[in-house]
Design a protein around this ligand. Structure first.
Ligand SMILES: Nc1ncnc2c1ncn2[C@@H]1O[C@H](COP(=O)(O)OP(=O)(O)OP(=O)(O)O)[C@@H](O)[C@H]1O
Length: 564
């Protein structure tokens, strides 16, 4: 990179060169890849492994990183030593739950308690499948109760314990005899070879490991990185953690290491950074973006867009349909091929009772597929497509999606917020399926769900020049304060972060609180009311511990330090 590194970038490179483990909070468009390349350059001939979030990013990185760095996804790292050997099973058909139950040896329904309905074998098989999936995402060596999913209707502690007592041994046996052996008969997924590999506690033979999009890694991958005898550098943006439903955890918060951040965005100018900061403020993030002064950017309601970003897949297909009807050439991020193939298979199942579609050839009726995706976690990736087919009709979907064009020939690109992650376009329009929470009698003070705020943040930060924010302009009802400054709360919440402001504020507060604790008569202590009776989660101190965020916040409010 020919640019002069910013002070933030230089600090990261220096800390990496000093051999520290690092946790880097990198806001949207802040030159994360450039910074990691600077790190790799500075570490010279040391061997590095860069773990990317998807294959496209890994391939791109491999072309631009120094040759001392191997760039792969976690699955890519596991594929060579383990996954390759399971290739025929990975490509195998889906197995209906009844058949899976037979393979698992589940023959009878199970009744957890007297007078309660029993659970049918196929439903039990689905729960075993879900347990195996959760095990694959986890860092544990054995299947445990915590991997058993919560089930609606099985709500009491004794019922849950009983269900786990029944399912855990079956799941472990299924893993040992029908998943891991090459001759296993249960469906084998990509996450399974990654887990098998991770269980062998592999060493990557690297001097340093860079984990990108660390906020979206699950405990299996986080454990793999933690277990390396190497310098570890975790990079990500906790405000873009939109894959919780895939077992991701906030690995960055727990990772040990020096905490640094990248907040200077190079993607957009100040107007778009201001809009992004509103969402960061709602997320109570410690980071605020600085827009690039050299880039003009604009926020309006509606723009003739290069890209339309939607909350849901259904809205994305609806947008595609409406652009097609207006005659515009449209691209859909992620493409429509899979949905077309499924829609055709759905039609075949409905009209002929059979299909050659590799994933659906075991089903004889579309209703079986509908049932499968509703009840079986192994079918959750199919669920969206099934819903779309049910909403729009298989033939209409095929007709419209066949007309999709590649992005470089499209006049507009349609994407979900999830698929838009990591992308950028000049002019972005936000679709109007991002819903503002509405107060109801039962819930008079609704909150914006965190995941929704993160999707909104991801979406508005895809724009480089013009953001049409119509679908998200309701944000202004939720940001009464100056969102450009982190609040005391946010700095306190960010206490794990080593930003100069957070450290100074924390230290100032801690010192003053300690002084008050030692110098003030008990009855005058304002913080008394807020002192936590539970041991302090940070230092283990009890009672009026100066580490207690509530007490510290109270002190800061009283003194006005750091207030907005
Ligand atoms: N110090 C700098 N000064 C000026 N421009 C910079 C600097 N660092 C990075 N950039 C520019 O910022 C842009 C984005 O950088 P880069 O490709 O590294 O980010 P990224 O990793 O793709 O994005 P993100 O930060 O969103 O993950 C690039 O055009 C890059 O040249």
């Amino acid at each position: 990179m020919s640019h002069t590194p910013t002070p933030e970038q230089a600090a990261i490179v220096d800390a990496a060169a000093a051999g520290d483990d690092l946790v880097v909070e990198a806001g949207a468009g802040t030159g994360k890849t450039s910074t990691l390349k600077l790190v790799a350059g500075r570490l010279g001939r040391q061997r590095g492994v860069y773990i990317a979030y998807n294959k496209a990013i890994a391939d791109d990185a491999q072309r631009s990183f120094p040759t001392s760095v191997l760039c792969k996804t976690a699955h890519g790292l596991a594929f060579g030593p383990v996954g390759r050997q399971y290739i025929s099973r990975i490509k195998g058909p889906r197995i209906p739950a009844q058949h899976a139950a037979q393979i698992m040896g589940i023959r009878e329904p199970v009744q957890l308690e007297k007078d309660r309905p029993s659970i049918a074998p196929q439903h039990l098989a689905r729960l075993v499948g879900e347990t195996l999936q959760r095990f694959c995402y986890s860092a544990e060596q054995q299947i445990e109760r915590r991997h058993v999913p919560l089930v609606n209707g099985i709500d009491t502690e004794p019922q849950r314990a009983e269900l786990a007592r029944y399912l855990v041994p079956i799941a472990q046996r299924a893993w040992d005899t029908e998943i891991v052996p090459f001759s296993g008969r249960l469906r084998f997924t990509h996450d399974m070879y990654l887990k098998i590999w991770a269980l062998s506690e592999p060493q990557l033979g690297a001097d340093y490991v860079l984990l990108d999009e660390a906020q979206d890694s699950n405990p299996c991958v986080a454990g793999l990185v933690t277990g390396q005898m190497a310098q570890r550098i975790w990079v990500g943006d906790r405000s873009q953690a939109i894959y919780g439903w895939r077992g991701a955890v906030d690995a960055m918060s727990k990772a040990p290491g020096t905490r640094l951040m990248l907040s200077q965005s190079f993607r957009f100018g100040p107007a778009i950074a201001d809009e992004a900061n509103k969402w960061l403020s709602i997320l109570r993030a410690p980071l605020r973006l600085r827009g690039f002064e050299r880039l003009a950017s604009e926020v309006c309601d509606q723009v003739a867009p290069d890209a339309v970003l939607c909350r849901s897949n259904a809205e994305a297909v609806r947008q595609v349909m409406s652009y097609r009807m207006a005659g515009a050439p449209v691209a859909l991020v992620g493409g429509g091929r899979d949905i077309i193939a499924l829609a055709e298979a759905a039609d075949e199942l409905r009209t002929m009772g059979a299909t050659q579609h590799a994933e659906l050839c075991m089903f004889q009726r579309w209703s079986e597929v509908q049932d499968y995706v509703e009840q079986d976690s192994a079918g959750s990736d199919l669920k969206v497509a099934v819903k779309l087919i049910d909403t729009y009709g298989a033939r209409q979907i095929v007709q419209v999606l066949r007309d999709l064009v590649p992005e470089d020939r499209a006049s507009v690109v349609v994407s979900t917020a999830h698929k838009a992650k990591g992308r950028e376009w000049d002019r972005v329009q936000i679709a109007d399926d991002f819903r503002e929470p509405v107060a109801t009698e039962d819930n008079p003070h609704p909150q914006i769900p965190r995941e929704d705020a993160m999707l909104a943040y991801v979406s508005v930060t895809r724009a480089q020049r013009v953001l049409g924010r119509e679908g998200l302009k309701w944000v202004d009802h939720w940001t009464p304060f100056n969102p450009a400054q982190p609040s005391v709360d946010e700095l306190l919440d960010a206490s794990s972060l080593g930003t100069p402001e957070a450290v100074a504020l924390r230290e100032a507060g801690r010192e003053a609180l300690s002084a008050e604790l030692t110098g003030m008569p008990e009855e005058q202590a304002d913080w008394d009311a807020t002192a936590s009776p539970a041991p302090c989660p940070r230092c283990g101190g009890s009672g009026k511990c100066p580490c207690d965020p509530a007490a510290l916040r109270r002190w800061l409010e009283l003194t006005g330090a750091g207030a907005r």
